[in-house]
Ligand binder design. Structure first.
Ligand SMILES: [Fe+2]
Length: 164
């Protein structure tokens, strides 16, 4: 456990948290894609899986910029969100209802990430780490994009199918 005495320490701790989170998400997304009834939803999950691989690489670059070896730190928050998602997937007895539920749970993941990347960008800027901030901003934009795509799928079609 690293003692946090500086903003730099806070930044590295959060980096480790998010690194762990992204790796958990990497494992969860293929399961969600497999369970998706809607082809569009499956593609959205598969696309975000590819993005997540790139996001992990960006985090590794940020570790390098900090002079710290990439390492994850267990993040109970993301673990809990993913566990809840897995339960919802198991409990849903109707494929369309499961799709609507998976979107909701995936958006909880995205919003967690959006909160964390937003903070990391602010701290990187404060610490004068411009390159790190710009790498993290690229990922934040992808997370916003993924979130918006899920909203469109839910509100455009899949919520209605779940209600039918
Ligand atoms: Fe991500």
């Amino acid at each position: 456990m690293t003692a946090t005495k500086s903003l730099q320490d806070l930044f590295v701790n959060l980096l480790k948290d998010v690194y762990y989170a992204e790796k958990q998400i990497m494992k969860a997304l293929p399961k969600m894609a497999k369970k998706a009834e809607s082809a569009e939803l499956r593609q959205a999950f598969e696309h975000h899986l590819e993005e997540t691989e790139g996001q992990i690489q960006r985090l590794e670059k940020v570790f390098e910029l900090c002079g710290v070896k990439p390492a994850g730190k267990t993040c109970p928050a993301i673990k809990g969100i993913i566990e809840e998602g897995e339960e919802d997937m198991k409990d849903a007895k109707d494929a369309d209802v499961r799709d609507a539920g998976m979107i909701a749970d995936a958006q909880a993941v995205e919003h967690y990430e959006i909160a964390r990347y937003g903070t990391m960008i602010a701290w990187a800027n404060q610490l004068g780490m411009r390159e790190a901030a710009s790498l993290l901003k690229q990922t934040l934009d992808q997370e916003y994009g993924a979130d918006q795509k899920l909203t469109k799928l839910a509100e455009g079609q899949l919520n209605r199918q779940a209600a039918a």
